[in-house]
Design a protein. Structure first.
Length: 190
């Protein structure tokens, strides 16, 4: 029953007949959620002032990637373009299993980690405008992570449940990693 609902939602969101501009938009969004987007962390890892933060975020993303890899291997769910007739991937045909979505997991890991870190800092500074700005940024980060997750469905490479579980996994890992990093900094173990 869950699989049938997942397929119905997928078919409603799948963009097989998307216009060229919408297809390009989905491609850009999905690309921004790829693993290559970790490269901007490299300069942050080199600078002493940002090294601890970048290391914690990198470890969170690598932990998420490991969970995704193990889960994909254990579950082995075929991708929609393999399992469903008349569905094809609109840009690429990944060969690994579908469940869970690594793009969704990574995007939500980053969103949760960054949002939680911003919120902890805003609470320490405390003025209301700082806290409201942190909430607005968190909302934007989670909205962008959601766009990445939806782009994977629209492009025909993941089912909605794959994206949802990836989002839950990423949010959990990112939130826990930020909390650990925050406590480590609070205890002065920089």
């Amino acid at each position: 029953m869950l699989e049938a609902l997942d397929t119905r939602i997928f078919l409603a969101l799948y963009g097989g007949s998307l216009s060229a501009p919408l297809r390009v938009t989905a491609l850009v969004i999905t690309y921004l959620g790829s693993g290559w987007m970790m490269l901007p962390l490299v300069p942050l890892l080199v600078r002493p002032r940002t090294r601890a933060f970048a290391t914690a975020l990198t470890l969170a993303l690598l932990t998420t990637a490991a969970f995704v890899f193990v889960t994909k291997a254990a579950v082995g769910r075929p991708r929609p373009f393999v399992a469903l007739p008349h569905v094809h991937a609109l840009f690429d045909s990944p060969r690994d299993p579908s469940f869970p979505s690594g793009h969704s997991a990574g995007a939500f890991t980053a969103a949760a980690f960054l949002s939680s870190t911003l919120w902890h800092r805003a609470r320490r500074i405390n003025p209301r405008p700082v806290r409201l700005r942190a909430l607005a940024i968190a909302g934007a980060l989670f909205a962008f992570a959601s766009a990445i997750a939806v782009s994977r469905i629209v492009l025909g490479v993941h089912y909605p449940f794959d994206a949802l579980v990836g989002a839950a996994l990423g949010t959990t890992v990112g939130g826990v990693a930020a909390r650990i990093d925050s406590r480590r900094r609070w205890l002065g173990a920089s």
